[in-house]
Ligand binder design. Structure first.
Ligand code: MRU
Length: 355
């Protein structure tokens, strides 16, 4: 399995996802500005992966701070936090990482600044390692809904490349394969940046998981023909009422699944769930530059000067979602908020599969 991001020799090394699958190249980020640039340009992308990058970016930024006292140290970090938070607005994982690192520091107020710098590096590596474990747990919970012989459709890339490793939406797929189930994956190509084509198809092929690539507008026809048994996608931000923001086109796929009676699951680590937002209309949606639509790589494919809208994400209302697969179990979207209540018996409202 590919390694998306790691801390090595005092730098943050990332696989440059803009080059895939034509080239395998790495970027070594020596400071937090470089990390922020890589997030903006999609060299690293996918909600959990940019959360990990933000945590490592904070650790890098901390190394530059000269203040010796705790308040000065925190003040210096404010600029680092804000720079990282300004990169991509939809995925909540950057905010999640900033809050986790802040909390971590607040609990260690009495440590000298030099010690905090080392502790932040260790904590960011923990964020990476925990993410992989969380994805494996999502995989175990989700695989119970995949039967031997099933064909699973996914959108965008919510795989190893979008996470610390193993993937969220690909977690159940990988576990099902490990359990010996013979399954097929259909990958939507995912215009405009083609994460399904360039990344999902590539990473599944690397791991010998059978995958078929389709254009986004083919999904409806295959669903109608009965060739797809279930859908599993990732999320950039899932909110308290179970509405899900994910890559543009997820909403259309969810509606098509509902129309054709095909279950639609969302793999959502708790780091992607924002209980502070009551419903989907309040999720900030990133709009990106027109060149992602008018060009494919360096090739200009649209008429010069055409007006473009390039929404990077959409919101799928909870009513289209069969279940949300978290590291704590699988829940109906309307039950998701109970995860945020202390002392609730999660077993009582968990969804169970038969496979
Ligand atoms: O613009 P991207 O490539 O960062 O969008 C990624 C997605 O929409 C993923 O599906 C989502 O982040 C979940 S990744 C586990």
């Amino acid at each position: 399995m590919v390694q998306t991001i790691e801390w090595t020799d005092g730098k943050v090394r990332m696989l440059d996802q803009t080059l895939l699958p034509r080239e395998i190249g790495y970027i070594d980020c020596a400071d937090y500005h470089m990390v922020a640039e890589c997030i903006k340009k999609l060299c690293i992308r996918g909600a959990p992966a940019i959360g990990i990058a933000a945590a490592m970016g904070i650790a890098l930024g901390a190394q530059e701070i000269r203040a010796k006292d705790f308040n000065g140290f925190m003040k210096g970090l404010e600029t680092v936090f804000n720079t990282l938070l300004s990169t991509r607005p939809t995925a909540v994982n950057i905010k999640w990482a900033v809050e986790r690192m802040k909390r971590f520091l607040m609990e260690r107020k009495n440590e000298p600044a030099e010690k905090l710098k080392t502790l932040l590096i260790e904590e960011s590596i923990r964020v990476l390692n925990e993410d992989i474990e969380i994805n494996r747990a999502i995989g175990r919970w989700g695989a119970q809904f995949i039967r031997d012989g099933d064909t699973v459709i996914t959108h965008c890339n919510a795989g190893s490349l979008a996470t610390g490793g193993y993937g969220t939406a690909t977690g159940p797929i990988r576990v099902a394969v490990e359990q010996g189930k013979k399954i097929q994956v259909i990958a939507d190509e995912t215009r405009p940046v083609l994460q399904g084509c360039r990344l999902t198809a590539w990473e599944l092929m690397q791991d010998n998981i059978p995958v078929t690539l389709i254009t986004d507008n083919t999904a409806g026809a295959l669903l109608r023909k009965g060739e797809i048994n279930l859908a599993i996608v990732g999320t950039d931000r899932t909110v308290a009422n179970g509405d899900v923001a994910n890559k543009i086109g997820t909403y259309s796929l969810a509606v098509l699944c509902k129309e054709n009676g095909v279950p639609f699951y969302v793999a959502a680590p708790l780091s992607s769930i924002d209980f502070s937002i009551p419903s989907g209309e309040l999720i900030p949606i990133e709009e990106r530059g027109p060149e992602e639509v008018t060009h494919i790589f360096d090739c200009h494919i649209a008429p010069e000067g055409v007006k473009v809208r390039n929404l990077a994400f959409d919101v799928t209302p909870a009513k289209y979602i069969t279940g949300i697969i978290t590291e704590k179990g699988v829940f109906r979207p309307e039950d998701l908020h109970k995860l945020n209540v202390r002392g609730v018996d999660l077993n009582a409202f968990m969804l169970k599969g038969n496979y």
